[in-house]
Design a protein. Structure first.
Length: 70
C-alpha cells in the first residue's frame, strides 16, 4: 500500500454463493453511493500466489511481509 486515501466504516457481508468457495475474497460491502466492493482475504491471496509471510521483526510497521517461495 503506497497511501491511504481515506477511512470509511463498512459492514462486511458474506460472499455471494457464486464465489463462496474462493479463498481470496473475505466478503463484500456496499458503499454509501451504491457501489459494491469486494474485500480481499490477504492470507488467502498470499497462499494462492504461492507466497509466505516473512519471519522476523525487521519491518518498521510491524506487519507481516509476503515473500515468493520456490
Amino acid at each position: 500500500v503506497d497511501r491511504v486515501q481515506g477511512i470509511e466504516e463498512i459492514v462486511v457481508r458474506p460472499s455471494p454463493a457464486l464465489i463462496k468457495g474462493s479463498t481470496v475474497f473475505a466478503g463484500h460491502t456496499v458503499l454509501g453511493d451504491g457501489r459494491v466492493v469486494m474485500l480481499l482475504d490477504i492470507p488467502g491471496v498470499v497462499a494462492r500466489m504461492g507466497l509466505r509471510f516473512a519471519d522476523g521483526d525487521h519491518d518498521p510497521v510491524k506487519r507481516p511481509r509476503a515473500l515468493r517461495t520456490g
